[in-house]
Design a protein around this ligand. Structure first.
Ligand code: KIV
Ligand code: ZN
Length: 512
């Protein structure tokens, strides 16, 4: 009999903490539904007390997603914990995740608390949480840099109070696989009631070892929960990547001897959805989900794979959802085929009206572009969402003139708070002129910190997908836009970033 490894996805909480990766409620709901199809065991949907927006996201995900446990992060105080319980009230299965820093550095410099005070607060917060929820996780923030004797005291006490999962975060990505595995093993061996809780790993990727550390925590340390994010999204160098850890466990079952619930067929769809929603592009050579992950360019490899696939392939592309990377729809595809593909991609639209509007846009796109790929559909859905939200900026039309030796000029028509407006400007190039045209009307004053263009499906016939990152008053947001015309895609991305800047979501930051 094999043991089960719990997959705890924190794309919507720790992943979203990455500057610029903030997501709207609808976007989070869409991703949560796909995570449910992926059969993720626990979805950390947010940090309820951090903002009203986060609270509402958790509430709507708890109401909509029924197969996964829905979790909310809380600092170790009654107010945060009560807020999490309130947001999770509609969930089939709920978890409250309480965190408190335990390293000398964090206790002294950040919390300004003595170890004794931290101990007392950890115990009382878990007692309070257990009165509101049966499933309570305790995380010792910066756990890996904490004193093991102190950690043993804290963990033993919170398990006594009813904590059902004990998480040992490597908050700053400092661990080395063998040492991290031994660290957890040692804690489990020393704590008398350690078998009353499930042990969990949560690794950041600052030294590029988040996946290796997590796997060592499982193999050496005996952890049975891995906290991870799609595409490894997360602050700084990111978190442990879900697709890599899951495929390592599946592919090397001979070594790990563990089962995971994950339906890997949805991995590529989830990766694309997260990348398109946040504007965090997946590098081509990224394991499992990178565009080149299964491409064999060298003649020797191609020859080998044709003769016997396992000469150079340890996983099958179709098992992680790459088979879906085919031409999926075209000009003659009907509304039902379109709707079905949306469902297969994990996209649930709010109403038939929204599907109809998206289908009309799909037809318009199919008139301009013969083959429609999954990425096109996802981009179209994001656009549709922006348009259906009347208070936001929405693209209407654009004209621009550029010619060698002349300064480009652009005119952009767009909606602002439901009214059609327009701006005109010159620029260094057509994209620059178009964005300046928008800015001439909006006057956001935001600083552009990133502009990138990516061909959605690889050729010049494909849609260009543009990411624009704007910074204003300390906030960083990403906007994404797609269109066969990259100037239009750029204008859409800029408007989408302005929409995000407008939605004021002041939030309390969780560490790590
Ligand atoms: O990295 C970390 O320590 C965290 C905790 C809040 C679990 O994200
Ligand atoms: Zn973290």
């Amino acid at each position: 009999m094999t043991d089960k490894l719990i997959i705890f996805d924190t794309t919507l909480r720790d992943g979203e903490q990455s500057p610029g990766a903030s997501m709207t409620k609808d976007e989070k709901l869409r991703i949560a539904r796909l995570l449910e199809r992926l059969r993720v065991d626990v979805i950390e949907a947010g940090f309820a007390a951090s903002s009203n927006g986060d609270f509402e996201c958790i509430r709507s995900i708890a109401g909509a997603v029924k197969d996964s446990t829905i979790c909310s992060l809380s600092r170790a105080n009654d107010r945060d914990i009560a807020r999490s319980a309130e947001a999770l009230a509609g969930a089939n299965r709920a978890r409250i995740h309480v965190f408190l820093a335990t390293s000398p550095l964090h206790m002294e410099k950040k919390l300004r608390m003595t170890p004794e005070q931290v101990f007392e607060q950890a115990v009382s917060s878990i007692r309070f949480a257990r009165n509101l929820c049966e499933d309570v996780e305790f995380s010792a923030e910066d756990g890996y840099r904490s004193d093991p004797d102190f950690l043993c005291r804290v963990f033993e006490a919170v398990i006594k109070e009813g904590a059902t999962t004990i998480n040992v975060p490597d908050t700053v990505g400092y661990a080395i696989p063998e040492l991290y595995g031994d660290f957890i093993k040692d804690l489990r061996e020393r704590i008398p009631n350690s078998d009353k809780a499930i042990w969990s790993v949560h690794c950041h990727n600052d030294l590029g070892m988040a996946v290796a550390n997590s796997l060592a925590g499982v193999k050496i340390g005996g952890a049975r929960q891995v906290e991870c994010t799609i595409n490894g999204l997360g602050e700084r160098a990111g978190n442990c990547s879900l697709e890599e850890v899951v495929m390592a466990i599946k592919t090397r079952k001979d070594y790990f001897g563990l089962d995971v619930n994950i339906d890997a067929q949805h991995i590529v769809a989830a990766s694309r959805m997260v990348s398109q929603t946040t504007g965090f592009v997946v590098q081509p050579n990224k394991a499992v989900v990178g565009a080149n992950a299964f491409a064999h360019a060298s003649g020797i490899h191609q020859d080998g794979v044709l003769k016997a696939r396992d000469t150079y392939e340890i996983m099958r592309a179709e098992d992680v959802g790459w088979a879906a990377n085919k031409i999926v729809l075209g000009k003659l595809s009907g509304r039902n085929a379109f709707k079905q593909r949306l469902q297969e991609l994990g996209v649930e639209m709010e109403s038939e009206g929204e599907i109809n509007a998206a289908f009309t846009r799909f037809k318009e796109l199919a008139d301009r572009k013969s083959d429609i790929f999954d990425e096109d559909i996802l981009a179209l859905v994001s656009d549709e969402h922006a348009i259906s939200h009347k208070d936001s900026f929405g693209f209407v039309s654009l004209s621009q003139h550029s010619e060698t030796g002349e300064r480009p000029h652009a005119k952009v028509v767009f909606t602002a708070e439901g009214k059609e407006v327009q701006g005109e400007a010159d620029g260094n190039g057509p994209v620059d002129a178009s964005l300046k045209a928008i800015e001439s009307h909006v006057k956001s004053g935001a600083e552009m910190v990133l502009y990138s263009v990516n061909a959605i499906s690889g050729s010049t016939e494909s849609q260009g997908e543009v990411t624009v990152r704007l910074q204003s008053s300390g906030r960083v947001v990403n906007g994404v836009g797609a269109d066969p015309d990259i100037v239009v895609a750029s204008a859409k991305a800029y408007l989408s970033a302005l929409n995000k800047l407008q939605s004021k979501s002041e939030r309390v930051a969780a560490q790590g």
